[in-house]
Write a protein that binds this ligand. Structure first.
Ligand code: ADP
Ligand code: MG
Ligand code: MG
Length: 350
């Protein structure tokens, strides 16, 4: 009797094991597939290519147009571009929403002659660094100090909170989308630090508002860099460092090595100010990411996961992580948070 019961039990267990195993395997497989899918959706997002590369250097393609057109010349711009309204201004450029062949474009003009060197440097950088990270150049006229670029109706990154708070964009006001903007931002810094022409430092960045005004928010919620006027080259192999301007910088936002090191007793003197490198950009990343993450459900959890890498950004220049390390960490954190979202309880089930 005892033996028969025992046999029945073993029989039952033997019968039940395959379907249970099958069920567990199926759950695991579905989770893996879902995870893979979401991972692709979220993580490859930052790498998504734009049409930039589809035209050769010196050409562009705009939304409705099929063919690549050459950058507009002085003559073509005078003939074909119509200024509509003033939409922005910094120290160097005055920007007008304009129209070219029924396309909205941004027409930037030099504000004051004294800044023409900065203007022409910015134009040179725009020409050389065209990529998915940089605003699309459509034309220029060096004699008239004019640059024509693609127009982005959301304007600069300064407008981010205002735009995401509009009811029609509320689906974008999530930690996922905001984290992806931060990934875009770090990707841009990585691109500038590792460009085909060398390592560039984003010097127009003495406070948060200033940094944000150099970047644009595209209508598909990506970040691109727009203002490349203050972009010195760090020539590491030649041991050449840079300085962001010739004046004394102050405040908490700039990196400590950008501050006058000799105290109040000694007046600032540019020739005595030690130069520095691209690690000033790294110092500023946590503050910009914090702004981009904003104050929505889940953004504090992201901040928690970025705590260590952000702490490292505030160390002394040589100890700070490279933009590559930060980018890798951001992507890893995004992937792990997505995984948590998809399979929050798999561990408990097993
Ligand atoms: P500056 O070199 O004087 O700082 P920017 O190139 O930074 O000038 O442009 C000033 C402002 O004009 C930007 O912060 C942004 O608000 C607006 N702007 C510039 N380019 C565009 C564009 N392509 N689309 C929409 N707004 C733009
Ligand atoms: Mg600017
Ligand atoms: Mg500028």
């Amino acid at each position: 009797m005892e033996k028969k019961f025992h046999d029945m039990k073993t029989d039952l267990v033997q019968k039940l094991i395959p379907p249970i195993l099958f069920l567990l395997l199926a759950v695991l497989l579905v989770n893996m597939l879902l995870y893979q899918y979401l991972n692709n959706v979220y993580v490859s997002y930052g790498q998504a290519d734009s049409e930039h590369n589809l035209c050769p250097h010196g050409y562009f393609r705009l939304g409705t147009l099929k063919n690549c057109s050459p950058w507009l010349s002085c003559k073509a711009m005078k003939r074909e571009v119509r200024k509509l309204k003033h939409v922005g201004e910094g120290a160097v450029k005055r920007v007008f929403l304009s129209e070219w062949k029924e396309n909205k474009v941004a027409f930037s003009q030099l504000t004051v002659q004294e800044l023409r060197v900065d203007f022409l440097h910015g134009l040179q950088m725009l020409k050389s660094l065209q990529s998915k990270h940089v605003v699309k150049l459509l034309g220029y006229c060096e004699e008239d100090f004019v640059i024509l670029t693609e127009y982005h109706p959301f304007g600069s990154l300064k407008n981010l909170n205002e735009i995401l708070n509009l009811p029609k964009y509320k689906n974008y006001n999530t930690w996922q989308h905001r984290f992806m903007l931060a990934i875009d931002y770090v990707s841009i810094i990585h691109y500038l630090h590792n460009s085909p022409l060398g390592t560039f430092v984003m010097c127009d960045s003495n406070d948060l508002d200033k940094v944000l005004s150099q970047y644009l928010l595209t209508s598909d919620f990506h970040v691109i860099v727009n203002d490349l006027d203050a972009l010195p080259l760090v020539n590491k192999s030649a041991g050449e460092l840079i300085k962001c301007g010739h004046r004394e910088l102050q405040g908490e936002f700039v990196a400590p090595e950008q501050l006058w090191p000799y105290g109040k007793e000694m007046p600032f003197e540019d020739s005595l100010m030690p130069p520095y490198d691209e690690m000033t950009d790294i110092w500023k990343i946590p503050d910009i990411s914090n702004f981009l993450l904003g104050d929505v459900d889940g953004s504090d959890l992201v901040r928690f996961h970025l705590f260590n890498i952000h702490l490292a950004c505030k160390k002394s220049p040589a100890e700070r992580p490279s933009s590559q390390m930060i980018l890798d960490t951001y992507k890893k954190v995004l992937a792990s948070l997505v995984r948590e979202m998809v399979i929050p309880r798999t561990k408990d089930m097993l």
